[in-house]
Design a protein around this ligand. Structure first.
Ligand SMILES: *Cc1c(COP(=O)(O)O)cnc(C)c1O
Length: 395
């Protein structure tokens, strides 16, 4: 499946000469530590004692009854320390960086979730941390900028391009080329040049490893479907990975359609994108008629990336995973539905996955099982949803 950082025609290392040494050093270190028992013991310790793993697999009884079809289970990544799945990858990469002798980490962030997770672990491990964030996003997510500074990180607003996530990624790669010896780039999703998509996937694969074990203990069965939202695709590939060789398990990724896949205000890469090369990888990207990366839009800042990880592109090509597009309206409806029905406020990103489960569960039989990954908690989204609905927070 993964030879030389390729996933079918996707993946690879489309990077400038100046980055090649850093990427090769990372690859060599990862080969060395990947199966090292001490490294993995340390990582499991961090997962359990710091992040709060294993995360719960919760039987959503009320949603199940209400939808009247398949049994619904929620994989509660929202209960992790810092409130999302991102901490899994950050702990893994930063432990690796520490073993490589690095003392400084840099990271990109969109809404600020990955930046906060990186700043958090940097504080805990005593490492220097600098985060690159589009100026537009800094303004929209001022609270997360403050959080990162509180945690001791330096935040650099990025003014190039549209001053959003894709520009922050480019700026972080640029920064890495200027200072490689003591610095590791903690990339936030299953994207970028090899070996990043593989490394991030392996650290997130703990999600599907736990789902498999937990569901086995609870029901003695495999799920019939696993549903997760897709930005770059890290929580989705983490949720899928240990089921790829179980053909009876449907793997469903939910992209952000924004205002609709027939509008220009969308971030649905598989539905609307074309093959391209960007950020060091070959994959599908949202592009304009000239092949330039198109501006993307979603109500969910975490799904607002113009590309998708190369392994997803490949799973789509071979038909092993399905990718569907969920609009802002549908996601907001699911956000409210899960809050009201189960007493769980999901991240608006995760609500995209909930929405698709709401569509298919009623058509499935009562002995079938759907697992939805709740990639994060929704407290961060409450004000934006109120605004979207034209409501005033204080009335
Ligand atoms: C960042 C984020 C995502 C999107 O990133 P993936 O790499 O696609 O998982 C989804 N949900 C939450 C809560 C996030 O913070």
């Amino acid at each position: 499946m993964n030879t030389n950082g390729r996933y079918g025609i996707h993946g690879g290392q489309y990077i400038p000469e100046t980055l090649m040494n850093a990427v090769m050093e990372l690859d060599a270190a990862y080969r060395k530590f990947k199966d090292d028992p001490d490294f993995n013991r340390e990582l499991t310790d961090l997962f359990n004692n710091y992040a709060g793993r294993p995360s719960r697999l919760y039987y959503a009884e009320h949603v199940t009854k209400d939808l009247g079809g398949a049994q619904i289970f929620l994989k509660r990544e929202d209960l992790n320390h810092t409130g999302a799945h991102k901490i899994n990858n950050v702990l893994g990469q930063m432990l690796l960086a520490k073993h490589m002798g690095k003392t400084r980490v840099i990271a990109e962030t969109g809404a600020g979730q990955h930046g906060v997770a990186t700043a958090t672990v940097a504080a805990m491990m005593g490492m220097e941390c600098e985060v690159f964030m589009g100026r537009e996003d800094c303004e929209r997510q001022a609270l997360n900028v403050y959080r990162m500074r509180l945690l001791g990180a330096k935040v650099h607003p990025v003014d190039t391009g549209t001053a959003t996530l894709k520009d922050a990624v480019s700026a972080t790669f640029r920064e890495w080329t200027t200072r490689i010896a003591d610095t590791h780039y903690v990339l936030g999703s299953v994207m970028g040049p090899a070996p990043f998509p593989e490394i991030v996937r392996d650290f997130q694969a703990v999600i599907s490893k736990e789902i498999k074990q937990q569901l086995h203990d609870l029901c003695g069965k495999l799920p019939d479907a696993v549903i997760a939202c897709v930005g770059g695709g890290s929580n989705a590939i983490g949720s899928f990975y240990n089921f790829i060789n179980d053909p009876s398990v449907r793997l469903i990724g939910c992209e952000a359609a924004g205002r609709g896949i027939d509008t220009n205000e969308t971030a649905a890469t598989i539905s609307t994108g074309k093959l391209g090369i960007f950020h060091g990888m070959k994959s599908y990207f949202c592009q304009d008629e000239y092949g330039q990366i198109a501006p993307v839009y979603s109500i969910s800042a975490g799904l607002d990336y113009p590309g998708i990880g190369p392994e997803h592109a490949y799973l789509h090509d071979i038909g092993r995973a399905e990718y569907v597009a969920i609009t802002d309206d549908e996601a907001v409806e699911a956000f409210e539905y899960l809050s009201r029905t189960e007493g769980i406020i999901p991240a608006i990103e995760s609500a995209h996955a909930v929405s698709y489960a709401m569509k298919i569960a009623p058509k499935m039989s009562k002995d079938q099982i759907i697992v939805i990954t709740i990639s994060g908690r929704g407290d961060k989204d409450v004000a934006a949803i109120a605004r979207y609905k034209g409501e005033n927070l204080y009335e």
